[in-house]
Design a protein around this ligand. Sequence first.
Ligand SMILES: NC(=O)c1ccc[n+]([C@@H]2O[C@H](COP(=O)([O-])OP(=O)(O)OC[C@H]3O[C@@H](n4cnc5c(N)ncnc54)[C@H](OP(=O)(O)O)[C@@H]3O)[C@@H](O)[C@H]2O)c1
Length: 290
Amino acid sequence: MTTSTEMSQLAIVTGASSGIGKATAQRLAADGFHVLAGVRKQSDADKIAEVNIEPVILDVTDQTHIDNLVERVASDPHKRPLRTLVNNAGVAVNAPIEVLTLDDWRFQFDVSVFGQIALTRALLPALLANKGRIVNITSVGGRVAMANFGAYSAAKFAMEAVSDSLRREVEEFGVTVVKVTPGAVSTNLTDSGLAAAARIADTMTPEQHERYDELGKAFTAQAEGFARDGVTPEHAAGVISRAVTARKPKTRYTIGRDGAMFTFMPRIASDRFLDTVLRSQNKSLAKTKS
Ligand SMILES: NC(=O)c1ccc[n+]([C@@H]2O[C@H](COP(=O)([O-])OP(=O)(O)OC[C@H]3O[C@@H](n4cnc5c(N)ncnc54)[C@H](OP(=O)(O)O)[C@@H]3O)[C@@H](O)[C@H]2O)c1
């Protein structure tokens, strides 16, 4: 529900051109925030602009874009405080670790870890001044590292650690840090992830194909399942809205039943048990593609 307090506040959402970020920008605008929606292309800016959604060109790996956004927040014409930063932008680079190049790792970390940290640091003074909130969109991949998800999971595990450290550093100064952990959400990430995986698979040697083609089939089947069975971005945005607006937020919100299950599972299951479950799941998934 919209309150006059929210209407007078700024919220930033990164990666707002599509999927969870776009739905979140629209949801927070409907909640009454003035949303600064980070997109990388002018065409996406034109598509998302509407009442209470102001597109800003933001590649989180570009320090000039970050500096411009800090300046935009500081010089708000209505002197609205920055209430929330939703770190949502992300990419997925999936391949076996033997095959991933260091450039693949750097790309994954540049966007999904260093970009988030750079933006968070730059906006922290404004968030501290306003007792604001940082909402980091993590993943079940940051709780359980499946085969073929090494780089993506490593980035998401890193953001788990960053979120926990930051929360313990700044909570006493009034800034809350909340993790939102989605399971499968039906978005473009599936297609872009499959395209990246196919590009990397093209570089594999015949021996690597022999070792990993079955895993590749399992990944394709799993990604297609994510797109087919995942919750909608609007559902995800509803959960993120709760994380943004709750008076006393939890440290983590999960999205979807799989989000809740994979968040909880590593607390009770042994590594070996998870190995067995995930291996058998991959074998069944691969069969559907044979
Ligand atoms: N979908 C799922 O099942 C799922 C599950 C768990 C976690 N997540 C997480 O949810 C978040 C959103 O993903 P999504 O599913 O909504 O995927 P998506 O539709 O592909 O959205 C990703 C967004 O990130 C943006 N982006 C990529 N590189 C960027 C960069 N360097 N700087 C700024 N923005 C950048 C993209 O912009 P462009 O359009 O310009 O590329 C796009 O707006 C990600 O952090 C993802 O890891 C998703």
